[in-house]
Design a binder for this molecule. Sequence first.
Ligand code: FHN
Length: 431
Amino acid sequence: MIKKLTLLLLFLYCCSANAQTAKYTPTADNLVSREKFQDLKFGLFIHWGIYSELGAGEWVMHEKNIPYNNYKRLADFFNPQGFNAKEWVAFAKRAGMKYITITSRHHDGFSMFGTKASPYNIVDATPYHRDPLMELAQECQKEGIELHFYYSLLDWGRPDYAFGSPIVNGKPVKGDWDSYIKFMKDQLTELITKYPGVKGIWFDGQWERRSVDWHFDEIYGLIHKLNPAILIGNNHHLAPIDGEDFQMFEKDLPGGNTTGFSGESKIGKLPLETCETINNSWGFNITDRSYKSVKQIIHYLVNAAGRDANFLLNIGPMPNGKIQPEFADTLALVGSWMQKNGESIYGTRGNIIAPQQWGVITAKNKTLYAHVFELPQTYIFLPEVKGKITKVALMSDGSSVKYKQVPEGVFVYTSSLKADPDDTIIQLTTN
Ligand code: FHN
């Protein structure tokens, strides 16, 4: 009897040890999703919630010290009658974007979807009573736009999260951590199983509690069990951890660290994405007029592609559900640029040749695209070009460009070229 019991205990121990050390192996479908995601290159990030009503960004509750119970009243008058999923998806498509990542729940804890896990959601707590994320998911599916859900790990209001509470042994002292983890798992299950065509989950807020046990093994495991092809990314500003499928950067190109967020986010081997705001705010901000120009956005997109990253450009729609005209005008022009030059962006890979002083290089099949931001008077040099160059041409009109290939790389002579102020694209074909 004792021997049997010992064997049973040994077996159970081995199982649990295995469970702890089991490494994530992405499925074949997941690997396909990763490739496809990398091909998309340009996405629309949307921060929209009851905070939009105050027109001061998504951190307004925290920044203005609004007590949670007072802040919650915003739900009573959130009624975005102007929201139209068709218009949002058409807006993204016009800009040349191929996917949308939208806030399903931000740090204020308000769920922008119909959830059974909390009454504090757009369907049950607002006079709107509609589920914009369901409408968006259906429209995205119809229009062939991929949909990802942003999901905040941090919650300023739920008692089980206990914001501000000290953490001991991986849990907040005053909260109910197990209940909070269960709540997130319930919501994520809803987001993945109820909403059609969801392709990714974009976590944020881990950085608020570095020492807590987030149960990522369970959470990521659940997501991949429900749909192994779903891509998981986490904006923890660290190197990717086991179970993640893409790596993201905030307000910085991979390798950069102008914001201070990316000091520890060493670039790994996963697909990359970088996000940036169209002005200086994520959520709707009525006083923020620092709009980026068409040229700045094109350069960001091209610079990201050259570093092998997707570009997720954020807008904060207004509380009535409309997108402000300044964003629409700029992005329509970016879209025209993409219509003409998208071949050198969509489906390409970057970092095949490192970024150069004059610009960056993207690559697809046997073609290299040199994106020259400042056209030098004499030549540009592309180092370490693999294969023999058979043709060099200006992408805008197909005219031939003089070049010389040497063992160290290729000289492309630029003196007779007409510079494009946004991006002079030179196409190099290899055999
Ligand atoms: O605090 C958030 C912020 O509101 C916004 O959602 C951005 C998007 O990358 N992420 C967080 C800051 O890291």
